[in-house]
Design a protein. Structure first.
Length: 135
């Protein structure tokens, strides 16, 4: 419902290869850690975004999206739904081309706002699940 196949394909294959992963830390037990690994193995540059700003998977971390000193194509969001709208606003402010809210991350207001601003957006989906479906 929040990510038609054409939008999913466009984000994964055409939008760009720099993915900021909000909520990514060195905690190997968190979904963000494994998904970031999958993205990296598929040729994406992952950028960890977490208050601790730890390096993850060999990439420098940043405390917020606005601290990243280079362009970001896609913002992949692994935070609670209550916090996702603020992340979406920040993604739009830095000029990201697309937003991806992970499984269970749902904010219909943020979805509508991002789409109205011209961003591609997927919500309540996981790229690690969608990538193999692309064939």
């Amino acid at each position: 419902m929040y990510g038609d196949p054409a939008t999913i394909r466009r984000i994964l294959q055409e939008t760009g290869d720099t993915w900021a992963v909000v909520g990514l830390s060195t905690n190997r037990n968190r979904a963000a850690y494994g998904v970031a690994d999958v993205l990296q193995r598929c040729g994406k540059r992952i950028v960890p975004v977490h208050p601790k700003a730890e390096p993850v998977h060999g990439e420098q971390g940043y405390p917020t999206l606005t601290d990243i000193p280079f362009p970001v194509d896609v913002v992949d969001v692994f935070v609670n739904s209550e916090l996702a709208g603020a992340v979406a606003d920040e993604a739009m402010a830095i000029g990201a081309k697309a937003l991806w809210f992970q499984l269970g991350v749902i904010d219909e207001t943020a979805y509508a706002k991002a789409r109205a601003a011209g961003l591609d957006m997927v919500m309540d989906r996981c790229p690690a699940i969608e990538i193999p479906r692309l064939g």
